[in-house]
Write a protein of this length. Structure first.
Length: 533
């Protein structure tokens, strides 16, 4: 009797299954959207027919498609349409880029910039509204700092946002000032509260999403957990693209808007729609709260003052307000999560998770914490007991390790992005990049998790290193678990969706230090090759 013929067969490789037995095989066969067979080259050959596409892995690794458990999907696409300040080191260089954009942008239309980094600016100060006014007097301009917690608006943009020269600071935020006047630098809540003014228009959404979709495919990322977008119009666009089968990336979309905060969640609540609603390409994810600031500004809410300044960071709300939100959304069937970086913020989230589950018990709620950056032993016990799934971003240590030592000191940094501690405690921690805050390069992220070596070459808290196989599990099966999708995604097992990535080298046969040089050769989503390098 002739066996079923596969559409795709990969053989002669290092097929890392991430299954319960951590099996390493040599071949995999795909039929339609699902995995048909995982095992030996000889047995896989039985599934080869005249129309089967056969790819020789030549010893390379084939892994489950990466599941980035914390990205900003829309912003990843949008960033490629903006003035990129990544490598600009002077205010004059930024002004020239804005001037060039103004020359080709109709008067009155927005100019947006991204990845501004004051740390590399040789002038020793932030760019301000008046600098930008000089080169774009007829355009509203918004330049967003890397990390997406600060923006610089020129005078036209401030006027559109309703911010006058002497506007007071807002709760959880700050306007920078010169001679008593708002100078255009909007920090934390003052950024988030006014970022809606420079949002993209719904007519631009599909184009932006298509850019993001292609980008993630090139990285071997087949699923993303979208930790913040643009609200109901973004969701409507994604629903339409899903219906037209335009999405290659699977999107688990949090009900949090960067510019409208909790409005999407509030709109969905009366409908009965909650976490898990949707298709295998697009589904509603967690209800997210933005609780504290960023690790690199720094403005995270910490228990003890920072090492370099007498400050403990920012909070957007108090414990009672957070508790009320979590109790309500837990009862409504939502997975709860929060942006919580500092140890004080993480403690608050755990208190709120526990109250929500005590008031309305739910089996296997899998509430989350985004970043969960600084923890202690007591928090580890509570995370485990409550079944919380932290989403970690080891790439932060690669990008910002030296700054973290300056801000937080060695003791706190030893408990930062504490993957080793969490895994040893049996906590199911997932892994992501916070793209486009940092580049969504899975191999650099894994390199950071496995070596804890910064971009400048310094080893940062090596006691938190994990193995290559552990990092891969965090990036695949654990991330699938964090979105309730471990039965269909995250490992290479017969019957699961055929989301795969082929890497340029066998990652279990090289030193962890070599991971960051690996690239993606193929990405397969639902049995379809969506990227070939």
């Amino acid at each position: 009797m002739k066996m079923l013929c596969a559409d795709l067969v990969f053989r002669n490789g290092q097929v890392i299954t991430v299954n319960p037995q951590d099996e390493i095989c040599s071949a995999i066969a795909v039929k339609g959207t699902e995995i048909l067979y995982v095992g030996t080259d000889a047995e896989a050959s039985e599934f080869i027919g005249e129309n089967t596409k056969v790819i020789d892995l030549e010893g390379r690794s084939l892994v489950p498609g990466f599941i980035d458990s914390h990205v900003h999907y829309f912003q990843t696409g949008a960033q490629q349409l903006e003035v990129d300040c990544t490598h600009l080191t002077t205010i004059a260089q930024i002004k020239e880029k804005v001037r060039q954009a103004a020359a080709v942008t109709p008067k009155g239309e927005w100019i947006r910039g991204c990845q501004y980094n004051e740390d590399i600016i040789e002038d020793g100060r932030f760019i301000n509204r008046w600098d930008i006014d000089e080169v774009a007097p007829d355009h509203p301009v918004a330049i967003v700092r890397y990390g997406y917690h600060t923006s610089i608006l020129n005078s036209k943009a401030l006027a559109l946002a309703g911010v006058d020269d002497y506007a007071p600071d807002e709760v959880g935020g700050e306007f920078h000032r010169e001679r008593g006047m708002v100078n255009g630098v909007c920090h934390e809540a003052c950024h988030f509260n006014h970022s809606k003014v420079f949002d993209y228009q719904p007519s631009e959404y599909e184009k932006v999403f298509q850019i993001a979709d292609k980008f993630f495919a090139s990285m071997g990322v087949t699923s993303v957990h979208d930790a913040g977008g643009n609200g109901k119009f973004q969701l409507q666009t994604l629903i339409d693209m899903d219906a037209r089968k335009m999405l290659n990336t699977r999107v688990y979309m949090f009900t949090y808007s960067l510019s409208e905060n909790r409005k999407l969640y509030e709109d969905l609540l009366p409908t009965g729609i909650h976490t898990g609603f949707g298709s295998d390409r697009l589904r509603i994810g967690a209800n997210k709260v933005m609780l504290d600031g960023s690790s690199n500004t720094p403005s995270a809410s910490v228990r003890e003052p920072y090492c370099h300044i007498n400050d403990k960071g920012l909070l957007s709300m108090d414990q009672d307000e957070l508790n009320a939100i979590y109790v309500e959304s837990n009862r409504a069937g939502f997975q709860n999560t929060a942006h919580a970086v500092g140890d004080n913020a993480v403690d608050m989230v755990l208190i709120a998770h526990e109250k929500a589950l005590n008031d309305y018990p739910r089996e296997d709620a899998r509430h989350r914490i985004e970043h969960c950056a600084i923890i202690d032993d007591d928090m580890i016990e509570r995370i485990k007991r409550l079944g919380v799934t932290p989403s970690l971003q080891p790439i932060f240590m690669y990008e910002q390790g030296e700054r973290y030592l300056k801000f937080y000191g060695e003791d706190r940094v030893s408990r930062m992005m504490a993957a080793r501690t969490m895994l040893d405690a049996g906590i199911i921690a997932s892994m992501g990049t916070d793209c486009p805050v940092y580049y969504s390069h899975p191999m650099i992220n894994m390199y950071a998790a496995c070596t804890r070596i910064s971009k400048k070459g310094r080893e940062i808290s090596p006691e938190q290193k994990v193995t290559v196989l552990e990092a891969l599990r965090m990036y695949t099966l654990n991330s699938a678990y964090a979105s309730y999708q471990e039965d269909s995604l995250g490992s290479l097992e017969v019957g699961k969706l055929a989301d795969l990535a082929v890497l340029s080298k066998p990652i279990l046969s090289i030193e962890p230090e070599e991971l960051k040089d690996i690239v993606v050769d193929f990405t397969i989503s639902g049995g379809k090759i969506i990227y070939e390098g």
